[in-house]
Design a protein around this ligand. Structure first.
Ligand code: GDP
Ligand code: MN
Length: 397
């Protein structure tokens, strides 16, 4: 589950990470109220108005703007709320902005120019460890830094059992070229950030930029946070942070009915039982010259109701040109699944407007094939993987 910047900052603050203060607002009136409160609390007289959407690069797209008085807070908020924000990380249509974060201006002019760093904590799956990735090149998008100046990106690999060691936090501060008060602040920042990452069951905390203010404070100006869905049951308060307006509507609906569905860009819908078989099926579709339109694991019970739900979800994606059903009848018998498909098909009538290829393998596969073949419906059956691939190829090419 991805979070908004303001939600990520709330979590960071709860673990003692210094963050740029801000208050979220749904409309220009709330924005002005938020700005007044911020001035009372922090003394700031300038504000940053930041679009809250699940995408980075907002600054480049016009979603982050400086306001120098309350009138500007009102007019800029009015302009950003409701806009369709297009950034390098959104689709071409952009993302609708529902709310803004009114933040204190922390780039106040001082004796020293403020410095921006990049820092993220993430899961390093290949090494089964956590990793802190950081760079002196903050504020830029990290992919560009990785491409053009890879020597400016540092990593710190952390044993998940031992946790972050004090010398590692000091090495981060050292490699960022800090000294004195800023060095101490950075050591504390890194430790608290790692604590936030671990205790919130996150898979990513990305802070870009981390700011060194002109008075040597280290703070998070932005946050991108992903919480592991499988751990959400342990965090009731984070569950409430889910903003389904930011999520793929078909995926949201699939989740509601308990289907494991991931939307993809291709044209062949797939309905499969078991994640491993689903992955193999996607490979098969690619090999046959198609592109999978989704990943869908229907789970163990592939009865008529379940199959119908799955068909409905798959067909919501307008790019689907054919559906490949690939079910292994191990616990569930193939003939039961076949009957489920036939019943669902009859129930749905005209709603099914693309060819369906069904491959059933396992207990009673032959009976299942006969059931499909004699149903009189526009469903092609197969028992072997290759047979299914050939039939997919015939309909997509
Ligand atoms: P992103 O573009 O989606 O990554 O959004 P960020 O939260 O990183 O903000 C984009 C940029 O806005 C930052 O890199 C800063 O340069 C700038 N910015 C953020 N906060 C402030 C602030 O308090 N004052 C000023 N002047 N600029 C800010
Ligand atoms: Mn950023």
């Amino acid at each position: 589950m991805n979070l908004h910047e303001y939600q990520g900052k709330e979590i960071l603050a709860s673990f003692g990470v210094r963050v740029q203060r801000g208050i979220v607002a749904q409309n220009p009136d709330e924005a002005v109220e938020a700005a007044k409160r911020l001035t009372e609390e922090t003394g700031t007289s300038w504000y940053v108005i930041k679009a809250q959407v699940h995408a980075g690069g907002r600054g480049k797209g016009g979603g982050v703007k400086l306001a120098k008085n309350l009138d500007e807070v009102r007019s800029i908020s009015d302009q950003i709320i409701g806009m369709n924000l297009i950034t390098p990380q959104t689709s071409a249509e952009g993302k609708k902005v529902h709310q803004v974060l009114i933040a204190e201006d922390v780039y106040y002019p001082g004796a020293n120019e403020p410095d921006e760093y990049y820092m993220s904590v993430l899961l390093d799956r290949a090494n089964a460890r956590n990793m802190i990735m950081y760079s002196t090149e903050g504020g830029m998008d990290i992919e560009t830094v990785a491409e053009q100046t890879p020597h400016l990106i540092f990593t710190e690999s952390i044993d998940p059992v031992l946790g972050l060691q004090p010398f590692q936090a000091r090495r981060v501060a050292f490699n960022l070229g800090l000294s004195g008060q800023a060095f101490k602040e950075m050591v504390r920042f890194v430790s608290s950030l790692y604590k936030a990452y671990i205790n919130s069951d996150a898979t990513l905390f990305e802070i870009n930029p981390v700011l060194k203010t002109s008075d040597d404070k280290i703070m998070a100006v932005d946050s991108k946070v992903t919480i592991d869905d499988n751990a959400l049951y342990r965090h009731k308060d984070y569950q409430e942070m889910r903003d389904i307006r930011e999520e793929n509507p078909i995926e949201v609906e699939a989740k509601e009915v308990g289907l494991n569905y991931v939307d993809l860009d291709g044209n062949v819908g797939c309905m499969v039982n078991g994640a491993g078989l689903a992955m193999a099926t996607m490979d098969l579709i690619k090999q046959a010259g198609g592109e999978p339109a989704n990943f869908l694991d229907v789970g163990g019970t592939a009865d008529a109701a379940r199959v119908e739900q799955a068909f409905k979800i798959i067909l919501k994606d307008p790019s689907v040109k054919a559906i490949l059903v690939n079910i292994f009848g191990g616990i569930v018998r193939c003939d039961r699944v076949a009957q489920g498909i036939v019943d669902a098909y009859k129930n749905m009538g005209d709603a099914i407007n693309v060819p369906i290829i069904v491959r059933l393998q396992g207990t009673n596969a032959d009976i299942a094939k006969d059931l499909i073949d004699s149903s009189g419906l526009d469903v092609q059956s197969a028992i072997e993987f290759q047979e299914a691939a050939d039939k997919v190829q015939a309909v997509v090419s």
